[in-house]
Design a protein around this ligand. Structure first.
Ligand code: ADP
Ligand code: GLC
Length: 484
């Protein structure tokens, strides 16, 4: 089949591993298009586009400049530079301009600055495809950062023949982050407020809701989250809109990259291991205990956290629950960075329990591999969790999750309470310290029973978290959309 006959899919994201990653969205954009490319190369031409962030420039990947083109603003125009590189076999465009802001961080953490950066990126990515004359059949946008590209097709470009055939998918990775604060940038770029009567008024110049209102399909990153966001507790003011548009909403659970996350071949750990060589996992734990100055003892369960330090992750439950279990044997290692007050709490917690707790406040990929490999129990008491990749990675390393029964955690962890024989972890329902404490206590008890613990590890390590199933589901949607 010739290139001309292939379906053109543009996957737009704010981050993509290994070029730029802050959290799970980076993992997804770094892996999903590549998997789709592998399984459907003969009929789908999927390409990725992300901003040319400063952090990418520092890595100095091999890139080629394609050329420059303008986008119009109310006050003049902004010149965009389009580069191309390769990401695991996927043609990957890197976009830069004054509006995207040349040397900016991936996220400023400031609503106005991020609003401006991503409003510009969203428009520029569409113009980039016009510039290279690559008509888009399916635009696959992700989260609020690229939601305005979806909206632009129904607002600014509604009569533009170049985009007349373009269908859209918007994947929700994190609903509370909706881009509120981008209204000034949107107005400057000529967007009009979304007039959909089903949207609440605050949402009319807010990127994620206007994208949801105009996308052909909405995908949440797990079936569990797709259900939860229909409720006022998780719907962030958009549950009403979503309940009215159930026909275009569904959930597809993420996968993980099984090559990057493989305890048998992991270059970041001293003692590779598998289900049949779990004694090597203990050697990793002993090395790591020595490295971070904790007592070297395989019998002490090591609790681990690898996480953005964000309200979402329920870390307060850990800081509140663990002191009540202080008389039991455990060690806790936290690897994370994020909100200042949570970083401070993590530091104070380590200072209060110097023999038990180590907090490492940074983003460190190599170290994260060591934590997954050395840990016995992976704590993830998230208040909400659209999908979660960390628990899947942890299970692949035989590091058993203790997690809240929410979103994707419910879809990926088989709970010990419900099914002890098949279990891969422990789930608790309540958003309370007591909920975590009771379930963690249970896990600590089960840990003492080597046979049952081994069964949990074997079950967890045998789970299939590959990207294949998700990729096939997205492919089916691309194909359905292209036939409308
Ligand atoms: P989220 O996207 O909400 O941050 P996920 O569980 O989907 O949560 O993905 C988190 C990803 O980021 C995982 O790959 C995890 O290993 C990685 N990660 C989080 N914090 C750190 C850190 N401090 N250092 C290294 N990797 C991290
Ligand atoms: C988000 C969510 C996380 C999800 C990730 C990738 O950041 O918080 O649950 O796994 O996106 O979809």
């Amino acid at each position: 089949m010739s290139t001309a006959e292939k379906l053109h899919v543009l996957f737009a994201s704010s981050e993509a591993e290994p070029l730029a990653k802050v959290g799970g969205l980076g993992d997804v954009a770094g892996a999903l298009p590549a998997e789709i490319n592998r399984i459907a190369e003969d009929h789908v031409d999927i390409r990725l586009i992300i901003p040319f962030h400063a952090v990418i420039k520092e890595k100095n990947p091999p890139v080629g400049l394609i050329g420059s083109f303008p986008i119009k603003t109310k006050t003049g125009q902004s010149i965009c530079d389009l580069y191309v590189t390769d990401l695991d076999g996927v043609i990957t465009y890197l976009l830069d301009s004054d509006g995207i802001n040349h040397n900016s961080p991936i996220y400023y953490g400031d609503a106005t600055l991020d609003g401006r950066k991503y409003a510009h990126f969203s428009l520029a990515l569409l113009e980039a495809m016009r510039f290279i004359d690559w008509p888009i059949d399916v635009l696959h946008a992700n989260d609020w950062h690229t939601a305005l590209a979806v909206y632009a097709l129904k607002d600014l470009y509604k009569n533009d023949p170049f985009f007349s055939q373009t269908k859209t998918i918007l994947t929700i990775h994190n609903l509370p982050y909706n881009g509120y604060g981008a209204d000034a940038a949107m107005t400057d770029l000529g967007f009009s407020p979304c007039s959909d009567p089903d949207l609440p008024d605050w949402a009319r110049l807010t990127p994620l809701p206007v994208g949801l209102a105009t996308a052909d399909r909405i995908i949440a990153v797990s079936p569990g989250y797709a259900e939860e966001i229909l409720t006022p507790d998780y719907g962030c003011g958009l549950d009403g809109y979503l309940r009215l548009h159930l026909d275009k909403l569904s959930g597809i659970v993420n996968g993980i990259d099984l090559e990057k996350w493989n305890p048998e071949t992991d270059v970041y750990i001293g003692h590779p291991y598998s289900i049949d060589r779990l004694h090597n996992k203990q050697l990793n734990k002993l090395d790591f205990q020595r490295e971070i100055g904790l007592e070297m003892n395989p019998e002490i369960p090591m609790l681990t956290v690898v996480s953005r330090l964000d309200f979402q992750k329920g870390l307060g439950l850990i800081f509140d629950a663990l002191p009540d279990l202080a008389d039991q044997a455990w060690q806790l290692v936290i690897l994370g960075t994020g909100a200042k007050e949570l970083e401070q709490r993590a530091q104070e917690f380590a200072a209060a329990f110097p023999d038990k707790v180590v907090s490492i406040l940074k983003y460190d990929n190599a170290l994260s591999h060591k934590l997954y490999a050395s840990g016995d129990i992976f704590l993830m008491p998230s208040l909400y969790e659209p999908c979660g990749l960390s628990q899947m990675i942890a299970m692949r390393y035989g590091n058993i999750p203790v997690a809240r029964a929410t979103g994707g955690l419910k879809n990926t962890i088989i709970d010990f309470h419900a099914s002890p024989e098949r279990a891969t972890g422990f789930l608790f329902e309540e958003k309370t310290t007591e909920g975590l404490k009771t379930t963690l206590e249970m896990a600590l008890n089960v840990f003492k029973n080597k046979q049952i613990w081994y069964r949990l590890q074997r079950n967890a390590m045998s789970m299939d978290f590959s990207w294949k199933q998700s990729a096939l589901q997205y492919l089916q949607i691309y194909q359905e959309l292209s036939q409308i």
